[in-house]
Every structure is written in structure tokens, then in C-alpha cells.
Design a protein around this ligand. Structure first.
Ligand code: GTP
Ligand code: SPV
Ligand code: MN
Length: 580
């Protein structure tokens, strides 16, 4: 197989000349191809078959122990102008970056097969979808791309029709952290990644294309590419709402997208459209419509169980690739928070020893096709996407941020999003539990200057009077004993219910300087055992602490330089005044 597209044919040829693979394989995306790659990886020891009677067609992959998460310090955005990347990104001059990467790619596929993966981000017949081609020497990447994207012949045909695609070149190289880089050239619609075989560093359709490059394109074309889940909530009366929520990595998107209603809320239905990325476009009525560019989940394993996320737990019982989980004596996958059984072998393949830390890596993951989710929404495949009623921001904050509040306007909502802070997680290398700013949950993923990004967000306020309401939630408040105050997971539907009622103009709220909050009696707390004092503290706005927070936010905006929009700074001033 090859292609009628001259630009693609040439690029593949040039890349082969540079990297010198033994073979070139054009991926067609068939089941047969997937199965033969699995067989190859089993033979090579890249995959281990898990218990075939309890976890049929499930496999374990162990990545290099130095290569288990995203690497923000090795990720660069390289437009011609440093200011266009912003201080929120690492930048290298494109010429220098090209020289460096060409040197590293030289001959790197010798003795390997080069796979050419045409893929489509979004429903193949959607005007909002975009195509890309990833070239990689990793069969693990090919198998993951098959589960995560619409990959193969249909995507190639669309590329040939449109004659436009994002290029992604990936090699695991020698897996040395010294020779590991993830580079983005937004002006060339080009990604180059070497030295990692892990998740967002290597599956280039995901963070590299669908967020960093797409956010750059979206700004120029008037849409948004965001780190957001998309979820459908249907009330017992049959009223349906679609919500989009941006939480930083490992802060609850997959779980909220797959929520199971609590027993005390019979008749409520929740269906999943996406768990990580949303592309948002204004439609003819000025509503924001969302599509999920992905077609699979690369989800956090630890914490997943029958109680927290039953849908996910069932979904990953077959045809799933696990990465860096532990295994039981019975050869089943295991992770912290999976209460059944006990681990026998840890994520590095060693006999399990408590003294050596967690059995599963805290950022161990499952890769699975979205259709396996019992809560799959068929609208996921609708080329027109779904109209969004509310945008929800959130983070992991043990203090300060209340359970939920509503922004007073679009402009205020942009400020709330730009101010998101969260404790760092194992999804990226580096310290865990350190509170940092993660605006719109896009700190690691915005492919351009945050100042320009917020200006772009604000511009939607001029383009439509029909925008979603904006909210902020925090499931992660802790008491003095270090325990979570809010039960979270399924019970988060109680908060979504209030949000939906606000969107429909039904729910009451009290006004505070930071936004509108429910009174305890405005939340559906039936069947929930929680002390009234706890609810009170979850819904408290402490003015003094919020004055400090607003000062910290001003300091953060100051660090980002002159492109931070004046309108955003004015909005900040307005909130500060009401806190006085
Ligand atoms: P990425 O895939 O990294 O973008 O992460 P995500 O936002 O999809 O995070 P995910 O839903 O996988 O959750 C990460 C961790 O947070 C898991 O260990 C969950 O068990 C835990 N978690 C999710 N929702 C809640 C919640 O409501 N309360 C508490 N306490 N923990 C939660
Ligand atoms: C995240 O870190 O936000 C993820 C996992 O969704 S990765 O694809 O590795 O970026
Ligand atoms: Mn993510």
C-alpha cells in the first residue's frame, strides 16, 4: 500500500532516508493488522498476555522505568517567535530544534520497521474532524493508536481528498532521558518526538496534535481545542444536557465522564462522549458544539474499582492494553484501589514488596476503545457534535476552593478558568502534590502564549450571546485529618444537578464575591451521610483567603508578560473590589 497524495508520499520517503528502517508498513487499521501486531509484541516480549479466561485479549506492557509519564521539561513549542510560544511553554528556535532532532533521528530506525499511521481525530465524516499521519517505529504506539483514534484506510482517503494533515514523526530512539524530546512546530503542522514510548509523549494524535497543534490552529480559525471531558446527563423527566469539564491530568475527567448515579437519584442517566479532549465550535445559533477527537480512553488505572467507576471497571475486562500495572498470582492486572486479590508482581516485573513502593505505577494506565464503555453515548459519532450547556473548571485543592461556584459572566468565567490551580499528579514527571497554576487545565498542552489564549477565549463573548454558563468545582477538599470532605465519584451528580438547574434557570443561588454558590438546601443531598457542618465548610467563601488568592493570581498574570489581556486584568480588579 502507499498513497496517491504526493506530499505524504514524499514525506514518508524523506523520513525513511533519514531514519533508515528495514521495512515500511502502511497501516490499514484492520483487526487483522491489530492482531498480528499483538502477536509480534507477544513474541518480542513487549506484551505479556493476562489471564485469558477472566481478562480475554488483555495485555500488559511495561515501559522503561524512566519513561512512565509525560515530560514537561523536555516538551517544546517552536514557532519562529519566542513570544508566540509564551513563557508558559519551553521554546527553541525552529532551525536549532530541527538540527537537533534531525541528528537524533539519523539512522534511528535501523533494524526496525517504520509504521505509517494515517488517522482522523473526530468522526470521519465530521467537518470539525482533522487528520494526521504518525510515523513511528513502535508497534505499541500503532496498537494504541488503533484503540484511541479512527485509524487506517478511511483516514488516508480523507487525507487524499483534503490534501492536508498534521505530520508526526516518532521514534523510541534509545529511550535515554538525555536524548528524549517532544517538539512541536505549529507553523509547519509538524510534531517530532524521540526517546519515549509512553502515552502523551508517543501517541502523537493525543496531546501533541489534538491539543498543542490544534489549539494553535483553533486560535487562527476561531474555535477551541481543550483538555475537557464531554458528558451527557439526562434527568428522570428526559431533559438532556451536555457538559464539558476541564480538570488537570489525573484530576477526575475519566471518572466524571463515566459517572454512575447514586442509588438515591433514580431515573438519572449519564452517558460518556469523551474523557480527555474536546474540540468546540460555535454553531449558527451561537451555541458551542463539542466533538471528542478521540475514539478511545487512555485512563488512569489506580483508584478504578466497582464502587468508584463501575463502567470503567467493566469496560477494561476484555480487549484492553494495560501499561505499568501490577499482576496477581492469577495473572490478572492489579493496581492500588483494586480491592480484590493482591499483587504478586509489581509494575517493574519484580516480586511485590511493599517496601519498594506501590505495586502499580501511580500513573499506570489502560488503553481501550470507547465503544466498550457500557455508558457509551452514540452521539459520540455525530458529525455535528453536541451543544454544551455548561463549561466546568476544576482542580485538586485541599483548601480554599468551594465544592462548586458559578461565574457571573463569560468574562468572569474566563478569569475563573485562567486562575485554575491544582496539586500536581503522577501524570507528569516531577514532584507530586505541589499546588501550581494550571489555567483551563492546559498548562502542559496550550500550543501558544497564554495571553493570546485568554484573548481568544474572551473573543467568544463578542461573537455570541448564547454561550454556556461557566462553573468551578473542587472534589478534593480535605479536613484537618487529611480525609476528603466530599465523597466524590457518583455523588458528584448532586453537583451536576445544581449546575444543570442553574443552566435551565430553575435553581437558586446566593451571590458571593467569587461567584454564585448553592445554599446547602439547594443541593440534592438525599441519601448522603454527611454532617451539615461539612457541607457548610464545603460551601464557605473565606474573604481573607480569597484576597490572598487574588493577589497570587495577579502575581501569576504578571509573570506571563504583556500579552495578558487588559480585559482579564480589569475583571480581576472587579473581583478584588468586591472582596474588600
Ligand atoms: P488524565 O487522563 O491524566 O487527563 O486524567 P483524568 O482527569 O481523566 O483523571 P481520572 O478520572 O483518571 O482520575 C484520576 C484519579 O483521581 C483516580 O485515581 C481517581 O480514582 C481519582 N478521582 C476521580 N474522581 C474523584 C473524586 O470525585 N473524588 C476523589 N477523591 N478522587 C477522584
Ligand atoms: C494526561 O496526562 O493528561 C493524560 C495522559 O491524559 S497522556 O496521554 O500521557 O498525556
Ligand atoms: Mn489528559
Amino acid at each position: 500500500m502507499s498513497t496517491t497524495n504526493e506530499a505524504l508520499r514524499q514525506w514518508v520517503e524523506n523520513t525513511a532516508a533519514l531514519t533508515r528502517p528495514d521495512n515500511i508498513h502502511w497501516c490499514d487499521g484492520s483487526e487483522q493488522e491489530y492482531n498480528s501486531l499483538i502477536d509480534l509484541m507477544l513474541k518480542r516480549g513487549d506484551l505479556i498476555r493476562l489471564n485469558d479466561s477472566t481478562y480475554p485479549d488483555c495485555y500488559l506492557h511495561r515501559s522503561d522505568p524512566t519513561d512512565v509519564a509525560r515530560v514537561e521539561h523536555l516538551t517544546f513549542v517552536c514557532p519562529q517567535s519566542k513570544d508566540d510560544a509564551g513563557t508558559n511553554n519551553n521554546w527553541m528556535a525552529p532551525d536549532e530544534a530541527h538540527r537537533k532532532m534531525d541528528g537524533l533521528f539519523e539512522g534511528c530506525m535501523h533494524g526496525r520497521t517504520m509504521y505509517v499511521i494515517p488517522y482522523c481525530m473526530g468522526p470521519i465524516d465530521s467537518p470539525y474532524a482533522r487528520c494526521g499521519v504518525e510515523i513511528t517505529d513502535s508497534p505499541y504506539v500503532v496498537a494504541n493508536m488503533k484503540l484511541m483514534t479512527r485509524m487506517g484506510t478511511a483516514a488516508l482517503r480523507r487525507i487524499e481528498r483534503e490534501n492536508s494533515f498534521v505530520r508526526g514523526l516518532h521514534s523510541t530512539g534509545d529511550l535515554s532521558p538525555e536524548r528524549r524530546f517532544i517538539m512541536h512546530f505549529p507553523e509547519e503542522l509538524l510534531i517530532q518526538s524521540i526517546g519515549s514510548g509512553y502515552g502523551g509523549n508517543a501517541l502523537l494524535g493525543k496531546k501533541c496534535h489534538a491539543l498543542r497543534i490544534a489549539s494553535w490552529q483553533a486560535r487562527h480559525e476561531g474555535w477551541l481545542a481543550e483538555h475537557m471531558l464531554i458528558v451527557e446527563v439526562e434527568s428522570p423527566q428526559g431533559e438532556r444536557h451536555y457538559l464539558a469539564a476541564a480538570f488537570p491530568s489525573a484530576c477526575g475527567k475519566t471518572n466524571l465522564a463515566m459517572l454512575i448515579p447514586p442509588a438515591s437519584m433514580p431515573g438519572w442517566k449519564v452517558r460518556t462522549l469523551g474523557d480527555d479532549i474536546a474540540w468546540l465550535h460555535l454553531d449558527g445559533d451561537g451555541r458551542l458544539r463539542a466533538i471528542n477527537p478521540e475514539s478511545g480512553f487512555f485512563g488512569v488505572a489506580p483508584g478504578t474499582n466497582q464502587e468508584t467507576n463501575r463502567n470503567a471497571f467493566e469496560m477494561i475486562r476484555h480487549d484492553t492494553i494495560f501499561t505499568n500495572v501490577a499482576v496477581t498470582a492469577n495473572n490478572e492486572p492489579w493496581w492500588e484501589g483494586k480491592d480484590e486479590e493482591r499483587p504478586a508482581i509489581d509494575w517493574q516485573g519484580r516480586p511485590w514488596d511493599k517496601a519498594q513502593g506501590p505495586a502499580a505505577h501511580p500513573n499506570s494506565r489502560f488503553t481501550v476503545a470507547a465503544r466498550q464503555n457500557p455508558g457509551y453515548s452514540p452521539l459520540t459519532d455525530d458529525p455535528a457534535g453536541v451543544p454544551i450547556s455548561a463549561i466546568i473548571f476544576g482542580g485538586r485543592r485541599r483548601e480554599l476552593a468551594p465544592l462548586v461556584y458559578e461565574a457571573k459572566s463569560w468574562r468572569h468565567g474566563v478569569l475563573v478558568g485562567a486562575s485554575v490551580a491544582s496539586e500536581t499528579t503522577a501524570a507528569a514527571t516531577g514532584a507530586v502534590g505541589v499546588t501550581r497554576r494550571d489555567p483551563m487545565a492546559m498548562k502542559p498542552f496550550c500550543g501558544y502564549n497564554f495571553g493570546d489564549y485568554w484573548q481568544h477565549w474572551l473573543s467568544f463573548g463578542d461573537r455570541s450571546k448564547n454561550l454556556p454558563k461557566v462553573f468551578h468545582v473542587n472534589w478534593f477538599r480535605k479536613g484537618s485529618n487529611g480525609e476528603f470532605l466530599w465523597p466524590g465519584f457518583g455523588d458528584n451528580l448532586r453537583v451536576l444537578r445544581w449546575i444543570i438547574d442553574r443552566c435551565a434557570g430553575r435553581a437558586i443561588a446566593r451571590e458571593t464575591p467569587i461567584g454564585y454558590l448553592p445554599r446547602p438546601e439547594d443541593l440534592d443531598l438525599e441519601g448522603l451521610e454527611i454532617a451539615p457542618a461539612v457541607i457548610d465548610s464545603l460551601l464557605t467563601v473565606d474573604k481573607g483567603s480569597w484576597r490572598d488568592e487574588m493577589t497570587a493570581i495577579a502575581g501569576y498574570f504578571g509573570e506571563l508578560g504583556s500579552r495578558v489581556p487588559a480585559e482579564l486584568l480589569e475583571e480581576h480588579k472587579r473581583v478584588v473590589k468586591t472582596l474588600a
